[in-house]
Design a protein around this ligand. Structure first.
Ligand SMILES: [Zn+2]
Length: 168
């Protein structure tokens, strides 16, 4: 398992080595990175598919934790019938979204909004230029755990693209 923590810190539950401690103090990793990595490591005792996953980092918003995984590792972190992601959600008491860190717009938008469906990503032309927009039925707004600003910032952080979330 590759995580933001070194293997020594991953395998114990209370102490951080000097290297990981200074990463935490410098903000290179967060307490959520630490807690999530250790939780997944503990779960990998019983859930063997977690043993070879890569966790790149996590991003927190007001109501959610976004977990960035290696390519192909998303379904393993979600788990069969979502059982791994449910354990993570219980531990952090937040909505969890698992996104493979590929930089691909479709992957990022799909997984941030999942399980809510959306109309494809469209380019909208405006007098002052164009913008990309993803439209979600307004009935689903309560099921999206991000504000519009958080969504825009996340997509930009993860893909470099600016995409506006719209409820219609
Ligand atoms: Zn360490």
């Amino acid at each position: 398992m590759q995580t933001p923590l070194c293997s020594v810190c991953l395998e114990n539950d209370d102490i951080l080595c000097n290297g990981c401690r200074s990463k935490l103090d410098d903000g290179d990793i967060t307490q959520v990175d630490v807690d999530l990595s250790r939780l997944l490591y503990r779960l990998s005792d019983k859930i063997g598919t977690l043993e070879d996953i890569t966790i790149k980092r996590t991003v927190q918003t007001s109501n959610a934790v976004v977990i960035l995984t290696g390519k192909g590792d998303g379904p393993k972190v979600v788990g069969r019938d979502g059982r791994v992601v449910k354990k993570i959600a219980d531990e952090f008491d937040k909505s969890i979204r698992v996104v493979e860190d590929t930089g691909e717009v479709t992957e990022v938008v799909d997984k941030l909004l999942s399980p809510v469906e959306y109309e494809g990503i469209r380019t909208v032309y405006r007098p002052d230029g164009e913008e990309k927009k993803v439209t979600v039925d307004e009935d689903y707004e309560p099921r999206v755990p991000f504000t519009k600003e958080e969504f825009r910032d996340l997509v930009e952080d993860l893909t470099g693209e600016m995409i506006v979330l719209s409820y219609e």
